[in-house]
Design a protein around this ligand. Structure first.
Ligand SMILES: NC(=O)c1ccc[n+]([C@@H]2O[C@H](COP(=O)([O-])OP(=O)(O)OC[C@H]3O[C@@H](n4cnc5c(N)ncnc54)[C@H](O)[C@@H]3O)[C@@H](O)[C@H]2O)c1
Length: 378
């Protein structure tokens, strides 16, 4: 397959950021749009000049498109990806694989298992659109893996305060559910470690190692309005910190936080190796320090980015310029008939780490084994 036809499913706040990137990609010959909401569908079709539209996932699955990029609400991804794969399409979803409204970790692990089984059975590709994977500092640390020597310790985080002025999560939830503010508050906050991929993807992908065991703790704000026992998930923890033993013997500390007086940060904080280390500036996404036993040197990790097709390189999109790389990786993998880098097996590692961390939080830090589905078939 030299070129790809792609349908973008979900034209909400996030999905619309990806339409032009797919349109511009030189290996994409046709783009279609799909949303249940007629207003969003019509507006996006007009804005991006797309004639081919669908009003449901069922309808777009019946088309002859090669691939679907599914950027719907986080509790829908896994079943929708499986529907697309079974319809003979390659499937991309936004993160995570799934975060069910019920807050059931067992349900998440079950969907990881079903997704991997479906990829095996259909031979179609699944890719999860994890933005941290293509942030420049993650890319740089992966490329300079040998310079670290042996990996000793990795620290990563996703700090996103619920009421962050730049992106208030109550408003986001109102947009995703159609609920009023009191309804969103009554339902309560999601489990932080059930949306763990912005943090867990960094140590796992940089070290090329997976999480084996975990001990984790949670912080509960007394009388929290949002993270409460009488919420849908019953989760009181707004800030969860996990310590993982990795398959390479290193330690990874991962923080998922929805309560913090911080401007917000996602991804690498620090990587320590026996030969050198890296520390990210958590308030400047393009600044960090490469450190050895004799010196600390300021680096701009953007210089480690890979080349992109020219049409995509002038505007890389958000989240550290990762959007263009996500689109290029999905399109290239499908057209070259190779497994995407953030495939179902890799994505399950990011997700299962968070699920098990929350289980440990609920058992006051008990050491637990992280399930693993192994490496993706090549
Ligand atoms: N850094 C990141 O990776 C990042 C950042 C923001 C959002 N996201 C992810 O992006 C996803 C979308 O977020 P959003 O804020 O745009 O949500 P949104 O609610 O604004 O948009 C989702 C859209 O999907 C549509 N949809 C749902 N089911 C459908 C179906 N069966 N067929 C067609 N359309 C359907 C809805 O009508 C809606 O318009 C979420 O899963 C979120 O986790 C990721």
């Amino acid at each position: 397959m030299n070129t790809l036809s792609v349908g973008i499913v979900g034209l909400g706040q996030f999905g619309t950021h990806f339409v032009e990137l797919f349109q511009k990609h030189p290996r994409v010959r046709r783009v279609a749009l799909c949303d249940l909401d007629a207003g969003k569908r019509t507006e996006a079709a007009r804005r991006f000049g797309v004639a081919e539209t669908y009003d449901s996932l069922d309808a777009i699955c019946a088309s002859n498109l090669d691939a679907l990029a599914i950027i719907t609400q986080p509790w829908l991804h896994a079943p929708q990806a499986i529907q697309a794969l079974r319809a003979g399409k390659h499937a991309y979803t936004a993160v995570p694989i799934i975060s069910p409204k019920s807050g059931s970790g067992d349900e998440i692990l079950d969907w990881c298992d079903r997704l991997i089984t479906c990829c095996r059975a259909t031979g179609q590709f699944y890719m999860m659109g994890e933005t941290t994977y293509f942030r420049p500092e993650t890319v740089m640390c992966r490329k300079r893996a040998a310079d670290f020597g042996q990996f000793v310790f990795a620290e990563s985080e996703y700090l996103h305060d619920t009421w962050l002025p730049a992106c208030n999560l109550i408003n986001v939830q109102m947009a995703r559910t159609g609920w009023s503010e009191p309804e969103v508050l009554a339902a309560g906050g999601d489990i932080p470690m059930h949306y763990p991929t912005h943090s867990t993807s960094a140590p796992i992908s940089i070290m090329g190692a997976h999480c084996v065991t975990v001990s984790a703790f949670g912080y509960a704000l007394p009388s929290d309005l949002y993270f409460r026992k009488d919420s849908v998930t019953g989760n009181v923890f707004s800030h969860e910190v996990a310590m993982f033993r990795m398959s390479n013997g290193a330690i990874a500390q991962v923080t998922e936080s929805r309560r913090n007086g911080h401007i917000g940060h996602e991804g690498v904080v620090r990587i320590i190796g026996t030969e050198s280390s890296y520390e990210q500036d958590t308030t400047d996404e393009y600044a960090g320090r490469w450190i050895t036993t004799t010196q600390a040197t300021r680096v701009d990790p953007r210089s480690y980015r890979d080349p992109l097709p020219e049409a995509l390189s002038s505007d890389l999109g958000g989240h550290g310029g990762s959007h263009a790389y996500l689109v290029d990786e999905f399109v290239s993998a499908c057209t070259d008939a190779r497994m995407p880098k953030i495939n179902a097996w890799e994505a399950a590692r990011y997700v299962a780490a968070g699920v098990t961390a929350h289980q440990s939080v609920m058992r006051d830090g008990e050491l637990l084994q992280v399930p693993d589905w192994g490496d993706a078939p090549s």
